[in-house]
Design a protein around this ligand. Structure first.
Ligand code: PLP
Length: 405
């Protein structure tokens, strides 16, 4: 009898959403156990609400959204996207440069499928949002991870990027603001990356889905605004800033010199047409959402939920013996360091599993984000303060006696 296994290209991808830790958590939940879930960046279940104006825009347009749209998206959405990214300094964007997607996720896979042949290399940050590595792998490419340096506020290490460029490198991926570190890259660092891309003729993919969720007055710069001479694809969407992760609403913007990427764009058009179009109901909220850019602002300043929860978790992580963390500047993630030597940790997934079994707290190990050393984990600090406090108290108690090896 024939049996069918999954593609071997799936063997090592996406440990944030699958693997032994998730299996154990799901089993515990099925057995009725209550888990403190600090593992997933989905605002709605934690009481973050979609602005009413956005809901109304969707409701009022249901009748208009019955058919397929242009595969790149409806005009009013693309016009609003052009306006938004032009306001961030990206020049010369036209209607054919925008592609809406069923979330940024779909487009991440699409851009890699359209670009890569077997063995091509793409520079991807470590730590990364793991879908980027998965998309490269699934498209037959090799993700080559460059280090983001904790000692320099998790900014990319330019020397490491330079050292990892080869004749096979086609592109560099930036996740800015970053998941899982919460870093926002300075303009100087972005200029350095531009230099490397320019010297080595690399395409730039910049995932900026958290650009409207910065704190403490930190300004976000789109790398594409710094290099109108280079071909860039900038990714953004409403899942996080407008708390509509379930609506599946994202887009990408092509900018810069297209003279050398005509064939690639042809491929993107084919792939975009092959999935017919993105969710049309969700496209109808884009204009309204981008007219209400301040909808999350109150949460991001002192007294606001995300700001206060960031303050709490950052202090808590730095007050527990054996843990330390850089203060996130954006989004709702923190990537603390755990003193692996002190706790004898050689396997970060085992550490997360032990914490889950003992204290019913669910985190994601650093390895899930392609961080090689077993000395980090990610916390999503969206759950209410009371949940964060309970989790931190239990984590402190757990670490008083924990020894892995
Ligand atoms: N990019 C980053 C950096 C993310 O953290 C996420 C989701 O967590 C996504 C993309 C996916 O976004 P979407 O909901 O638009 O597919």
């Amino acid at each position: 009898m024939r049996t069918f296994a999954k593609s071997s290209k799936l063997d090592n991808v996406c440990y944030d959403i699958r693997g032994p830790v998730m299996d154990a958590a799901n089993e515990m939940i099925a057995n009725g156990e209550k888990i403190l879930k600090l593992n997933i960046g989905n605002p709605a279940p934690f009481g973050f609400r979609t602005p009413d104006t956005v809901l109304t825009a969707m409701k009022d347009n249901l009748i208009n959204a019955e058919g397929y749209s242009d595969s790149r998206g409806i005009e009013e959405a693309r016009e609003a996207i052009i306006k938004y990214h032009t306001s961030k300094g990206i020049e010369g964007i036209g209607m054919n440069d925008i592609y809406t997607g069923n979330g940024v996720s779909e487009l991440i896979v699409m851009v890699m499928q359209g670009l890569l042949n077997n063995g091509d290399e793409v520079l991807v940050p470590a730590p990364d949002y793991p879908l980027w590595t998965a998309a490269v792998t699934l498209s037959g490419g090799n993700a080559v991870h460059y280090i983001c340096d904790e000692r320099s506020d998790w900014n990319p290490d330019i020397n490491d990027i330079r050292a990892k460029v080869t004749s096979k490198t086609k592109a560099i991926v930036l996740i800015n603001p970053n998941n899982p570190t919460g870093a926002v890259y300075s303009e100087d660092v972005l200029q350095e990356i531009v230099k490397v891309a320019r010297e080595n003729e690399l395409l730039i993919f910049s995932d900026e889905i958290y650009d409207r969720l910065t704190m403490d007055g930190v300004k976000h710069t789109s790398i594409a605004s710094l290099c109108p001479d280079l071909f860039c694809i900038t990714f953004n969407g409403l899942s996080k800033s407008h708390m509509v992760a379930g609506y599946r609403c994202g887009w990408m913007v092509l900018s810069g010199d297209k003279s050398k990427v005509k064939g690639y764009i042809e491929g993107l058009n084919m792939l975009s047409s092959m999935r017919l179009c993105s969710n049309v109901q969700a496209q109808y909220i884009i204009k309204t959402a981008l007219e209400h850019l301040d909808s999350a602002d109150d949460m991001l300043k002192p007294g606001g939920r995300i700001w206060e929860q960031r303050e709490y978790i950052w202090r808590a992580m730095n007050s527990i013996d054996g843990l330390s963390a850089v203060k996130p500047k954006a989004a709702f993630y923190i990537f603390p360091r755990i003193d692996a030597a002190k706790f004898g940790i050689t396997n970060d997934e085992q550490f997360v599993l032990d914490l889950l079994h003992d204290k019913k707290i669910l985190l994601v190990a650093g390895g899930g984000f392609h961080w090689e050393q077993p000395d980090h984990f990610r916390i999503v600090y969206l759950p209410e303060l009371s949940v964060l406090k309970e989790s931190c108290e239990k984590m402190a108690e757990f670490l008083k006696t924990y020894m892995q090896a």
